[in-house]
Design a protein around this ligand. Structure first.
Ligand code: AMP
Ligand code: FE
Ligand code: FE
Ligand code: ZN
Length: 288
């Protein structure tokens, strides 16, 4: 069983439509794929409708959180998408991404970059707009060579010249809300230091006490020693260790299924979830 529990589509900052994503996941030999767009579930319906036979979809989202001024991402799986409190919080975060991206565009203009909101809005389409879309605009304008080159202090990196804050959730609230919606939480890439400041292990321990289910261990932004440290921490704190690609289509170099989750860990995640169930692909046939 090949299981990839963290991917993005055009519903947020990936470049595959949800339908393309599930087709590519099947072609990559995956048995299970989770669609975890930033702060939205909007891609789920299309992914379900296009799900190939033999591929199972885990519905999810990646919630933008912040604690003590440090940003972090909380993966949420198999929650009830209609649970009103969590739905409202997702909407608050997603909607605030628009004025925030507009603020980044204005700052870039002040820095002399001829970027426009219309350009960024075109790139984002109807996905939750984020820094990768602004970064793509900078690539189009020839300001930087690649999306990742835009994530520096000169441009859009945390605290960078054109960086702007957005509304984010307290991770303790996120855990509580996801649980109340029958879902399971996994702290995404907790020690991805190349993205900026990360929370100390004491915070991970407090999140575990508050009901966090797991931590992402195998991820491209963790080096070998970081993975070993996180695996130890997961064992110590009773957290489920996961592995995932965090695929973003052509906006990142990582391939679908480049990192995967152990089937037993996946089984435990599905056993804990009560808000939604994994969707088996019917290959275009209606489920019996
Ligand atoms: P936002 O949620 O709008 O603040 O943007 C965060 C997103 O930017 C992440 O989900 C990644 O997709 C992307 N990102 C963050 N850091 C980097 C980086 N160093 N290189 C490339 N993409 C990054
Ligand atoms: Fe992203
Ligand atoms: Fe993330
Ligand atoms: Zn992600």
């Amino acid at each position: 069983m090949r299981i990839d529990l963290h991917t993005h589509s055009t519903a947020s900052d990936g470049t595959d439509t949800p339908a393309e994503l599930v087709a590519n996941a099947a072609a990559a030999g995956l048995d299970v794929v989770a669609l975890t767009d930033h702060d939205t579930v909007r891609g789920h319906a299309e992914a379900v409708a296009a799900l190939p036979e033999g591929l199972t979809l885990v519905t999810g989202a990646e919630l933008s959180c912040r604690i003590d001024g440090i940003g972090l991402h909380m993966l949420a799986y198999l929650f009830d998408p209609d649970e009103p409190e969590l739905a409202r919080e997702r909407e608050l975060v997603r909607d605030d991404r628009v004025p925030r991206a507009q603020a980044m565009v204005r700052t870039l203009q002040e820095l002399g970059v001829p970027v426009t909101w219309e350009q960024v809005a075109r790139i984002a389409g109807d996905g939750s707009v984020g820094r990768p879309h602004v970064a793509t605009a900078l690539v189009e304008l020839g300001v930087v060579d690649s999306v990742s080159d835009a994530f520096t202090s000169a441009w859009l990196g945390n605290g960078g010249r054109a960086y702007a804050d957005k509304h984010e959730l307290d991770p303790f609230d996120a855990i509580r809300l996801v649980k109340a919606a029958g879902g399971v939480t996994v702290f995404a890439h907790p020690l991805a230091v190349k993205r900026g400041a990360v929370v100390p292990e004491t915070v991970i321990a407090r999140l575990a006490e508050a009901g966090l289910d797991g931590i992402e261990v195998d991820h491209m932004d963790h080096d070998k020693s970081t993975r070993a440290r996180l695996r130890g921490l997961a064992a110590e704190l009773g957290l489920l260790p996961t592995g995932s690609s965090d695929y973003h289509g052509t906006r990142k170099t990582v391939r679908l299924g480049e990192y995967t989750t152990d089937p037993e860990i996946y089984g435990e995640i599905t056993r804990r979830a009560t808000g939604a169930f994994p969707v088996p692909g019917a290959g275009g046939r209606l489920p019996a």
